[in-house]
Design a binder for this molecule. Structure first.
Ligand code: FAD
Length: 457
């Protein structure tokens, strides 16, 4: 008998439960990836992510070929293509990973109906894209946790299954046709410093991180210039690394850094269980409805300045330019740029979330939208009215100004923390960096506006 494995956000061979189940139950397996027309139609096709995806598919195909198999790639409607391939291969089962977005769940339901109509079974596997499945942990009064700390307490106690090794051999039935693998070549608008994708690159980074990086994570994760986080987020987004395996390996490593790192992995599961329970939170305010966001011409100009990294607040601009250049931004940068947009400029979080999704190589519906809501004070933050002051943030997390100098060349000649407040420079020093803009808004004005708006909500 034959099974189809539909790869989605789990583009790996290690710790791959759908593939393992298919291999255990079948003589032959068709590893399938469908370039889904609906995902493209929804505009979820940022070039940076398409490039990373192309790397991932190429690497997955290489790994499968080393084991005697290959990856079958099709494009079109995902349900029609899976049914077509299942029919061509005469497969009786399809295996895939569970996922949380409204679209993923619709896809699963449609696929189940279509396959069952043809007498085939769909198996959906948990703990592939999360360590702890959404819905596995619930407080007494709700179907999901809305606050991280109690969730994390339960999450930490939850036993995890063992991580699976990669299969030795994969036998694919002969006559199944495949399209060419997508390529990153020719994609327009790629960020220059984009990291390479694929399981092999992800595993190398993970090993190096556990060996050299994680021990200092607790102390250094907020150091903007130190860049001392794992940068594993795109690998977690595309599933080239398994969250279950990451938690096990970090726990084996042990220590305060590894504990702090595991806690961040729990944040990822936390946001997923929120989105699974409330799929509308991808677009709508999750906890507190707010509707006094600024709009109109002046707001539009502020949005443009924010996007392009010319707000006049050096640390905000540095982070926005890092995003442009690398398709990635440090978490502290994400926090302070999102706070600046939603609280200092008082712009709707959806505007910022959309811009991030256009550029982030790790752009992820659950993590992006719910982190944006967390910062904007519409989501799960228990202190929704805290405002991050960009100058205080800069002094604290970029004390010497090295991060700003790296990303804002107009200010590269200003030494030390003075770089964070160019408006305080002497006239001659300011003249030397005259191409750098003045602040789009005075911080005290921004704060007064914030308080007025929140007072009326
Ligand atoms: P590390 O610090 O090494 O953390 C390890 C892993 O834990 C990350 O790879 C990530 O999977 C997870 N993680 C860390 N912090 C968070 C968090 N706050 N919430 C959920 N998971 C977390 N992360 C994304 O993966 N995709 C996004 O689209 C995304 N958008 C964000 C938007 C905003 C406004 C904010 C404030 C945060 C966003 N994050 C997002 C979360 C976080 O900033 C990134 O996961 C992190 O910066 C990635 O870098 P890293 O892999 O070096 O993280």
């Amino acid at each position: 008998n034959v099974s189809v494995v539909l790869f989605t956000s789990d583009l790996r061979l290690h710790d791959q439960p759908p593939l393992r189940a298919a291999l255990d139950g079948s003589r032959e397996v068709v590893p399938l990836f469908v370039v889904d027309r609906a995902v493209a139609a929804a505009g979820f096709t940022a070039p940076n992510r398409l490039a990373f995806l192309a790397d991932c598919l190429r690497d997955l195909d290489t790994g499968l070929r080393e084991r005697g198999g290959r990856l079958v790639v099709r494009s079109g409607d995902v349900v029609e293509e899976v049914c077509r391939v299942a029919c061509e291969a005469d497969a009786d089962e399809v295996h895939m990973a569970a996922d949380v977005s409204a679209y993923a769940r619709l896809r699963e339901a449609r696929l189940r109906r279509a396959l069952e109509g043809e007498g085939r079974r769909l198996h959906v596997h948990d703990t592939v894209t999360t360590a702890v499945p959404p819905g596995a942990l619930t407080p007494a009064s709700s179907d999901h946790y809305a606050v991280f700390t109690p969730y994390f307490r339960q999450w930490s106690r939850q036993p995890l299954r063992d991580a699976l090794g990669a299969p030795r051999t994969v036998r694919v039935p002969g006559p199944i046709g495949s399209e060419d693998l997508p390529s990153r070549r020719g994609l327009p608008g790629l960020s220059q410093g984009l990291a390479p994708g694929g399981e092999a690159a992800g595993r190398r980074r993970l090993t190096a991180w556990l060996r050299d990086g994680v021990a200092a994570y607790e102390d250094r994760h907020d150091d903007l210039a130190g860049d001392a986080t794992s940068r594993l987020s795109p690998h977690l987004h595309f599933g080239t690394l398994s969250p279950v395996e990451l938690v096990h390996r970090a726990r084996r490593k042990g220590g305060g850094g590894a504990d702090a790192f595991v806690r961040q992995l729990a944040w990822r599961d936390f946001h997923r269980q929120v989105l699974a329970a409330r799929p509308d939170a991808a677009d709508s305010d999750y906890r507190t409805k707010r509707d006094r966001w600024r709009s109109g011409r002046a707001a539009q100009e502020d949005i443009e300045a924010w996007r392009e990294g010319r707000t006049g607040y050096p640390v905000v601009d540095a982070a926005m330019r890092q995003l442009m250049h690398e398709g990635w931004m440090h978490n502290r940068g994400r926090l302070l740029t999102a706070s600046f947009l939603t609280k200092t400029l008082y712009i709707d979080w959806r505007v910022g979330a959309r811009h991030f999704l256009e550029l982030l190589v790790d752009g992820d519906l659950a993590n992006n939208q719910l982190n944006w809501q967390w910062v904007a004070g519409t989501g799960t933050d228990t202190r929704p009215n805290r405002v991050l002051n960009p100058v205080a943030q800069a002094r604290r997390h970029d004390p010497d100004g090295a991060y700003v100098r790296r990303w804002v060349p107009e200010l590269a000649g200003i030494e030390g923390p003075a770089v964070h407040e160019p408006w305080k420079l002497s006239a001659s020093e300011r003249a030397a960096c005259a191409s750098y803009p003045d602040p789009v808004v005075d911080l005290s004005e921004g704060l007064a506006r914030f308080r007025r708006a929140r007072g009326r909500e």
